[in-house]
Structures are given as C-alpha cells and as structure tokens.
Write a protein that binds this ligand. Structure first.
Ligand SMILES: *Cc1c(COP(=O)(O)O)cnc(C)c1O
Length: 432
C-alpha cells in the first residue's frame, strides 16, 4: 500500500472499470426492425420528398427538435460534417475570419479551412475553459464573420456577452455542442442560443450511433442551406428556386436509417445518463476537494454541466509537485475501463494541445487557401503565446477524468479517490 505503483508498488486497483455501454436490447430491436424493412437509407440527392431522407431519419430529427427546443434539426453523419455544413450555411469564404477556441477538438477550427476561411484563435476563460468574451472582442476585425463557441467538457460558454458581441458586429454564432447535449445556460438549452448548434453522436459521446451528428437551428433559411450541403445541394438549386447560391454545393453527410433508429431509442435514456454523470461528478468534486491544490470545476448559476469530462485545476505550488508527475502516478494506480482499453486510462493531464500549435498552423503548409489565400488581407498569428490561458491550462494546470460514466458505483469512485489519497500522501517521493 505504501509504495506508489509508478515506483513499482502494488496499484490500488487492477480490475477493469465497468464499460460505459449505451447499446441495450432496445437498440438491438430498433436496428433489427430497420434491417427487416430493407430500407437502410431513403435519401436521394435531388429535389423531391426523399431529399429529406427516410422515416427513421425524419423521426429522429423531430424528436431531437422537441427535446432540444429547436425549430429545425438536420441529422448528419458526424459532428465534423455538421460543423462544415454550419460554416458553409453561414456563407463564409476566402478572406473571411471566424473566431474559434484553441482548446477543443481539431474539427472546431478545420471547418473554416473547408470554405477557405481563416480560423482566428481567441483565448479561453480560466474558470470554465470556454471562449473568453474579452478575448473575442480583441480578435474582431473588419473580416470577422462568425464565432465558433465550444461548450467544452459539457459546461456552457458564457453566451450572454458572446451574443452581445455578435449582435454588435453582425456575426453568426455557431455552437459546437459535441460535448454538451442538454447543457443549459441560464435556463436555455445550448445549441439554440446562437444561430446554429452542432452535436456529436460518435462512439465516445454521451449517446452515440457509432458515428453521427445533429445540427439545430431556429432559422428556416439556415436549415434549408444545411440540408442542401448535406445532400448534393447543387442538384436541387434550380428546382428549389434558391436565390443565394453561396457555398450551395453539397456533400454527402447523410445519416442512415439504422443509425437513426439507434439514436431515437437512446434519446429516451439521455437524461438518465446525464443525471448519473452529474451525481458522480458531485461526489468526486466533494471527495477530491479535500486535497489542497486539487480544485473542482465551477458551475455557473442557473447553468447545467453535463460532464462529458470533469475538469479539475491543479495548483502546483499548493501540491508541491508538478501536475504531470502527479497525474501519471494516479493513473498508474488505476486500470482502464472495459470497451475502452485501447484508449488507455480515464484520467489525463491537459486536454488537447492548443490547436494553433499543431503543425498545420505552425508550418502554414497544407492549404493554398485560408491563411495562405491571396484574397486574405489580415495577418492572423498562430504564434506560441497568443492564448496564454489555454497554454497555461494545457501545460500546467488542467486535468480531466471520465470516471463519472455510468454504471460506475460509489465503490468504483472510491478506488479513484483512494488513488488520489495514496499519491497525495506519497507525492514527494515522485521528486526523488
Ligand atoms: C467529438 C467532438 C467533435 C467531433 O465529433 P465527430 O462526431 O467525431 O465528428 C467536435 N468537437 C468537439 C468539441 C468534440 O468533442
């Protein structure tokens, strides 16, 4: 018990944590019904009834609109496709800038490049890790056309000041809600506060269809454009009588009937999964707060955090050892989880490297458009240091875990707490 596992001691636990598996008999039955029907996708890429897909796709979209309080939902085959469609529908093109968070999954920024636009990285808030309105304001230029807000880890970004800025400068706001289904901000559902919301249904998210995504909007015009981009829009323009052709060439971002049937079924348990995650995270916050320098996340008043991950901040001065050493030592005390063995442990230091530090932005190779476009008149910087808070969080302060996933029990969570306890008690041995 006394020797740390990183130093060759016996770990706190070796039995894998239970799998987070949202595929139940109900999903199997729903998928089989679709297979029996023989109709795996009814989409056709021309202007007719089947332009909108088959019965399950439409049912899924309607159910999503009702649950998420959106006028329209357009299903797509991934959140990434949804972000591409959102940026296309927003009308962005070469020479335009979109303000994005650097502390997110890469697709939140790459969607700009698809249309030749330029991602401009604003810094994040140190308390909730989402775009900082003050930093957004400093990034605005005559070329700014949109803001990509990411509700990272499942806590909402501070939308009121962000929407104020958007109104003042006439900007489209796209919300990347991949990690934030049923997250609320001051009583409002994210994905309907900005102009477009994009959700993910990939294997790692709260609920999933293997791959998939949902795009929400209250705008008839944006919904129509997103539908065209999803399904070979160029072939429907004439018959639809479209007037604005900007970016109205389409891709194939269509979801299948089996995926939709699986998604419809899981939606019935989404609220339950989230409630359990919140309960587990509150328990973990309470238990880990006893260690000076391990600081649980804040949740803003009248907001709901749905905990895709639970982010903590780490104060190296208070703990006395660097974060990476400490978190590696905790991780060494614990096993992975069933179904997720290949992805390693459910705890990690930092999240993703601030995006502008990726080779694509550092070398500026890989595209002749976007920041390399001759029509681009700005001088966007991707230099180290442009987002000091994101860098500080990533390299020194933040760590996240995913131990809140159902069906983790109190006994499972207590193993995690004991790992923290053991490492905390023996932390100075990490310095030897
Ligand atoms: C998962 C994720 C995506 C990408 O989702 P896909 O459905 O895999 O394309 C984008 N943004 C964020 C914040 C994510 O977590």
């Amino acid at each position: 018990m006394s020797t740390l596992a990183v130093n060759g001691g016996k770990p706190i636990r070796t039995k894998l944590f239970p799998a987070y598996n949202t595929i139940t008999d109900a999903e199997k039955k729903a998928a089989l019904e679709v297979l029996d029907s023989g109709n795996l996708s009814q989409f056709l890429g021309c202007w007719m009834d089947d332009f909108f897909g088959g019965p399950k796709v439409r049912e899924f979209e309607e159910k999503w609109s009702a649950m998420f309080g959106a006028k329209h939902t357009v299903s797509v085959n991934s959140n990434t496709s949804g972000l591409f469609a959102a940026v296309g529908a927003a009308g962005l093109g070469p020479g335009d800038e979109i303000i994005v968070s650097p502390y997110t999954m890469s697709a939140s920024a790459i969607c700009a490049l698809v249309y030749g636009a330029v991602p401009v990285f604003a810094d994040i808030q140190p308390d909730i890790f989402t775009l900082d309105p003050k930093s957004i304001e400093k990034c605005i230029t005559p070329r700014t056309k949109a803001i990509m807000v990411v509700h990272i880890f499942g806590h909402p970004a501070d939308m009121d000041p962000i929407m104020d800025i958007a109104r003042k400068h006439n900007l489209i706001v796209i919300e990347d809600c991949a990690q934030a289904p049923l997250t609320t901000y001051k009583g409002r559902m994210v994905g309907t506060i900005g102009h477009i919301g994009v959700f993910s249904l990939n294997y790692h998210k709260h609920i999933h269809t293997g791959e998939g995504g949902m795009v929400t909007t209250n705008s008839d015009e944006l919904a129509e454009k997103i539908q065209l981009i999803r399904n070979h829009g160029e072939t429907s323009l004439k018959d639809k009588g479209m007037k604005d052709f900007t970016n109205m060439w389409g891709f194939n971002y269509r979801l299948t009937e089996v995926q939709a049937a699986i998604g419809i079924t899981q939606m019935d348990r989404l609220e339950h999964y989230i409630a359990e995650r919140i309960d587990n995270c509150e328990y973990m916050a309470d238990k880990l707060a006893q260690f000076a320098g391990i600081i649980p996340p804040v949740v803003y008043d009248n907001c709901r955090h749905v905990y895709y991950q639970q982010p903590f901040t780490y104060d190296e001065k208070l703990v006395g050892v660097p974060r990476n050493l400490f978190i590696s030592a905790v991780s060494a005390e614990l096993p992975s989880a069933e179904l997720r063995e290949s992805t390693g442990n459910l705890i990690g230091a930092g999240y993703v490297e601030p995006l502008y530090l990726q080779p694509l932005y550092q070398t500026r190779l890989g595209t002749k458009c976007s920041f390399n476009c001759p029509r681009y008149e700005g001088d966007v910087s991707y230099n180290k240091g442009i987002c000091p808070v994101a860098e500080d969080m990533h390299y020194k302060k933040l760590f996240t875990h995913e131990y809140m996933r159902p069906p983790m029990t109190r006994a499972d969570l207590d193993d995690v707490v004991h790992a923290f306890e053991k490492v905390y008690e023996h932390r100075f041995e990490l310095l030897d």
